[in-house]
Write a new protein. Sequence first.
Length: 541
Amino acid sequence: MYHERIPGDRITTPEFAQRLAAISTELNQPVCAYINRRGQVMRVGVGTPRQTQIPPLELPRYGAQRLSGIRCIATQLKQETPNEAALTAMAIQRLDVLAVLNITGAGFERRGGGATGYVKETYLAHLVPHPEVNWSVSPALSIDVLTSQDFLELVEGMETEFEREFVAQQVDTDRDQVLLVGLMTDDINAQQFQDTLNELARLVETAGGEVLQTVRQKRSRPHPQTVVGEGKVQEIALAAQTVGANLIVFDRHLSPSQVRNLETQIGIRVVDRTEVILDIFAQRAQSGAGKLQVELAQLEYMLPRLAGRGQAMSRLGGGIGTRGPGETKLETERRAIGRRIARLQQEVTQLQAHRSRLRQQRQHHEVPSVAVVGYTNAGKSTLLNTLTNAEVYTADQLFATLDPTTRRLVIPDAITGEPRSILLTDTVGFIHELPPSLVDAFRATLEEVTEADALLHLVDLSHPAWQSQIRSVMSILSEMPITPGPALIAFNKIDRVDSDSLALAQEEFPQAVFISAIERLGLETLRHRVAQLIEYAVSPR
């Protein structure tokens, strides 16, 4: 079959179709031939289009505005129209066309030996640039009608339409075009699942991506190889092709092998929630200390994911084909990263010691300290700016600031009423399931929380999931190596909530303070309550 040549302007020829039908009949199996635009047979496989499809990583990557330049001629032993699995395989590979040959007489022996079979009818399928419909399938055609069609005119017309549709959809080509994937397992409810997906979309937008579509699946637990089931992987690949996504983001932590399996089957870069957060941290880090801690977190995340990063990364092992002179590229890079991690950990330890000395100086002068903690985007930096004129960068983004900022704040003494100074520290925002590598890398920053005399836990009351955000922050604080001091809960952004939400929060947290940092509401009450908190925290008991 590989020696056959098809004219450039024809989908196939009657002779080629009949020869394919004869082979399929003899094997009593469907057969697929993949042909490029020069009419050369590139690949022949025994099986359906789904079973013989070309791996996405081996296909030319033209994006959503182009076809792959390959067509498939497939035989079918059953007398039926192309099924959805075959059409999905066509869409994932972005084939020029899929021509299906229905064979009759398969399995019958003709006199003189050998199987017989001929093409009874054919179907021609191709992609269409329409958001609601992915493909078009012709009615049953005779082999003569199929082979007389002008293939080049058909393909050029389709590519012109795809190009027009693609240009109309493109707004910002510099941004990653992202497809989100969410998995709802038995251990979370529908509301928690939706909150997680909403937060992931915010993370992607904060990192500079644009969310095009979200794919959801419900199953009892994640699939060990691909997180979602095999059918859903095909659906994700099809959705990514349809909307023109160049990045797939999962709502959970993925193992290195899961990332490799998914990228092999989908053909598009796959990242998890942790990598999105690390990317945001890398963009936001301003100070030397922040950049140091982000680099450490990224390297610790990257190290186990080196294996399998392309053909150039060979592996060192003990067995046939693995022995040879020198050290492999993979092991060299792994060793270099290991040395860099060790050096960065040493620098983080030095940073801890430096911050510890600063804290000791403050304690020597008997200046109490309060750390402002809370979920990311709760308004911590805005509150610090409002109370102390700190001029810390603020934005309606997740993780807008990473570096801790300490400023002096004058409050009335809880007993005498005389003015007294305290230190107020803005800390890095928390998030649901904060990646362990970040917790470890930011230990120098998080020590500001454990060493503070008291905590001011700021909550964004306008966020629909404020209750789960409180639980997430409490969970992270409970896992600290040193138990933090007493905490005062302050509900922020009360100017953006209705009376029902306010009443619910007052009922659940009667001791809390209600403020709006940006509108300067309730700040005097906050100062008095912070003074009482400091008096309680530092007084001998």
